[in-house]
Write a protein that binds this ligand. Structure first.
Ligand code: DX5
Ligand code: ZN
Length: 228
């Protein structure tokens, strides 16, 4: 059975108690933490910088942290996020002038590198850099806000990226971000994703443990429900 990773987006956490809320979702059974960085330039919203990431590390958050940069330009903030404790750093290719250089920069700073593709971004941006990637993030909403509706066009895109990864015999995580809920996670898993960002679909509940348990059941049953 394939391993599935749950990555709560703390954009939907209670920011007045960010450390505590983050710890709670980890204790409830999450695998990593998804950290959304927005700059009111690449996307029309403003969120968190490296200082907040550092504060979470200081608060003894030790799980991998998956930093999703929705910022333009990208390069100057990479050393700061790496130093603050990022595990993965993922960026949008159209937000940087030299994609390959930015990927190298992330690696040079000791982090794993990811590319994030918006719903309308074609897959050929992956050509020529595939072997440098540890993670591919497919946006299933347009970036900028939590609590949006999952775009069904993502299902085919997941299948296509999964085919590309497998046919090249590469070990790249396939992450999906936006509008994931208990109700659609099994179908997303069946399309080939193995990392699931979940913001409002988790934080809106008061009992994180219970909802994560239900999500795991959905994931474990996903193959029997969607593959015939
Ligand atoms: C959107 C962010 C997402 C968002 C997910 O731009 O990249 O990570 O927080 O939130 P939900 O799961 O509520 O769509
Ligand atoms: Zn994100």
């Amino acid at each position: 059975m394939q391993k599935f990773f749950l990555a709560p987006s703390i954009l939907s956490a209670d920011f007045a108690r960010l450390g505590e809320d983050t710890k709670k979702v980890i204790d409830a059974g999450s695998d990593l933490i998804h950290f959304d960085v927005m700059d009111n330039h690449y996307v029309p919203n403003l969120t968190m910088g490296p200082m907040i990431l550092q504060s979470l590390r200081n608060y003894n958050i030790t799980v991998p942290i998956d930093v999703h940069l929705m910022i333009k330009p990208v390069d100057n903030l990479i050393p700061l996020f790496a130093k603050a404790g990022a595990t993965f750093i993922t960026f949008h290719p159209e937000a940087t002038l030299h994609v390959e250089r930015t990927l190298n920069l992330i690696k040079e700073h000791g982090c794993k590198a990811g590319l994030a593709l918006n719903p309308a971004t074609p897959l050929n941006v992956l050509d020529y850099v595939l072997e440098k990637l540890d993670l591919i993030l497919l946006m299933s909403v347009n970036p900028g806000f939590s609590n949006q509706t999952f775009l069904p066009s993502t299902f085919n895109k997941i299948r296509e990226v999964k085919k590309i990864i497998d046919s090249n015999f590469l070990d790249i995580l396939l992450e999906v971000d936006g509008g994931i809920k208990l109700e659609n996670i099994a179908e997303i898993a069946c399309s080939g994703a193995n990392v699931f960002v979940i913001g409002s679909g988790l934080f809106k509940y008061s009992n994180y443990e219970l909802i994560i348990k239900k999500i795991r059941i959905e994931l474990n049953q996903s193959y029997s429900r969607f593959v015939h």
